[in-house]
Design a protein around this ligand. Structure first.
Ligand code: SF4
Length: 474
């Protein structure tokens, strides 16, 4: 193999142990940089010795380029072929993960149901306005599943404010319902229904039957859902067995939330770097040098956690349904910035309960029907989103949200800048329907209705209007 060749690791083209070891050890060195107090200083003073003290034999210069900002800047213009091999291989691994995430957003998570697809697309566009570049990391999963009600861990930073563990769904009692729910989700949404996880505001390993539920998920979708666990060390042998089986069936990235330095050390004593190649470690303890709690949920209430100042954030990446098997409920949510009104960074559109499989089918279809319009009816009163600002420009109009987002609509030919501006004036009055706008502007300016409807459709697709269910009572 040429040393310039970059191989995929999450979906390995080869069982090249040395290649994987090199990436895995680099990953561990970078984790130490972000999580182990004092590692950075020790490494900068004595790179090789510090890596050796952690049984790592990777190239110290490569670690420095990847971890240290000043060194990265120094090597910014170095042609890739002249960078240390380890840097190229590690960056190849990161690119592989990013590419997979982008495919999830744009391909795998797109539901086949047309109304659901249109609604999800509007939510994604709304989130560009509300989160800016941060929206790149939100998958907007259309369907996810919870096997318990609440969570046993009780993290003080929990972005979803998970309540205490109250109930778990047992496989022996609910296997048939579970398989029926998955089958119907697949029938309705297509393969996108298998892109979610089997946890949300829950801890997956709280459920003693988690592995059995996941086996059915694999049977139906051919996918092992991502595991994110905060209790990887509660029963290390269970975690190891799950990972080993899961990665044999379906290679993907899983995650451990690391709640303390002590847990980090236990993880490192238990798992080799190679075993954790496909497991991201998330620093979730205050001593970790690069720990950052999201400004959402309980972290916002807890002064000692030092959340980011400024706008509320979210850890939710669901634009769609959460099916809770323990309390038999379906909720429809989509991300938003955490605020007093939406402390968990989720717009909770609706929640309904079901009693059995037939009821689940009826509830799911009726929620899609009620809340997800393929397009807005022309008699629908239109309200611009209050979270987005609008102004006229020389070329048309633009919308923006602080310094995070700017979207320009430039007029040209028949769709002149003045037409965009006239439409904005009408919309800013609030509550006019597309028909009202067309009728008034045709009479006042002689504009063609077809052009007006075309521009209004562009605004609608960009997620700039409140959804019909958000306008109720206005
Ligand atoms: S962050 Fe996860 S593990 Fe912690 S309380 Fe919330 S749901 Fe449970």
């Amino acid at each position: 193999m040429s040393e310039f060749e970059i191989k995929t690791i999450v979906n390995p083209q080869t069982a090249d142990r040395e290649y994987i070891r090199e990436v895995a050890e680099t990953k561990r060195a970078l984790e130490l940089w972000t999580m182990e107090p004092g590692f950075r200083e020790r490494f900068l003073a004595a790179p090789e010795e510090t890596l050796a003290a952690h049984d790592l034999s990777v190239d110290a210069l490569a670690v420095k380029i990847l971890a240290d900002h000043d060194t990265a800047v120094k090597y910014q213009k170095t042609p890739p072929a002249e960078l240390p091999r380890t840097v190229r291989r590690y960056r190849g691994f990161i690119r592989e993960k990013v590419t997979e995430r982008e495919r999830m957003i744009k391909e795998f998570c797109v539901p086949k149901h047309p109304a659901f697809r249109a609604w999800r697309s509007r939510q994604i566009n709304r989130c560009w306005a509300e989160f800016g570049a941060r929206n790149r990391s939100l998958i907007h999963v259309p369907m996810t599943y919870e096997l318990d009600l609440g969570c046993s861990v009780g993290c003080p930073f929990c972005g979803l404010m998970a309540p205490r563990l109250q109930k778990v769904c047992r496989y022996d009692e609910d296997a048939e319902l579970w398989k029926g729910v998955l089958d119907f989700a697949k029938e309705t949404l297509g393969d996108a229904a298998g892109q979610g996880t089997c946890y949300y505001a829950t801890e997956p390993l709280d459920n003693p039957d988690y592995e059995r539920f996941v086996d059915d998920f694999f049977e139906i979708f051919g996918i092992v859902p991502q595991l994110t666990t905060a209790i990887s060390m509660r029963k290390p042998e269970r975690t190891r067995a799950f990972l080993s089986d899961a990665l044999k069936k379906y290679r993907r990235i899983h995650r451990f939330s690391v709640l303390s330095l002590d847990i980090l050390h236990k993880i490192y004593e238990t798992f080799t770097p190679e075993e954790l190649t496909c497991v991201e470690l998330l620093p979730q303890f205050t001593e970790a040098p690069q720990n950052k709690f999201a400004n959402a949920g309980r972290a916002r209430e807890n002064d000692t956690l030092h959340v980011d100042e400024g706008d509320g954030n979210t850890i939710s990446c669901v634009s769609g349904f959460i099916v809770n098997m323990a309390e038999r409920s379906v909720r429809l949510i989509t991300p938003c910035g955490a605020s007093k009104a939406h402390p968990t960074g989720e717009l909770r559109v609706a929640k309904e309960f079901f009693s059995d499989l037939d009821d689940f089918k009826q509830v799911l279809l009726s929620m899609i029907d009620r809340y997800m319009q393929p397009e807005f009816p022309k008699e629908q009163p239109l309200f611009l989103r209050p979270s987005i600002s609008f102004r006229k420009t020389e070329e048309g109009v633009e919308c923006f949200h602080s310094d995070k987002f700017r979207l320009e609509f430039r007029g040209a030919d028949a769709l002149s800048p003045a037409l965009y501006q006239d439409i904005l004036d009408k919309l800013q009055a609030g509550g006019k329907t597309a028909c009202d706008v067309a009728e008034e502007l045709t009479e006042e300016t002689g504009a063609f209705p077809a052009h007006i409807f075309f521009i209004l459709k562009k605004f609608e697709k960009a997620g700039l209007f409140l959804e019909p269910y958000e306008c109720e009572g206005r």
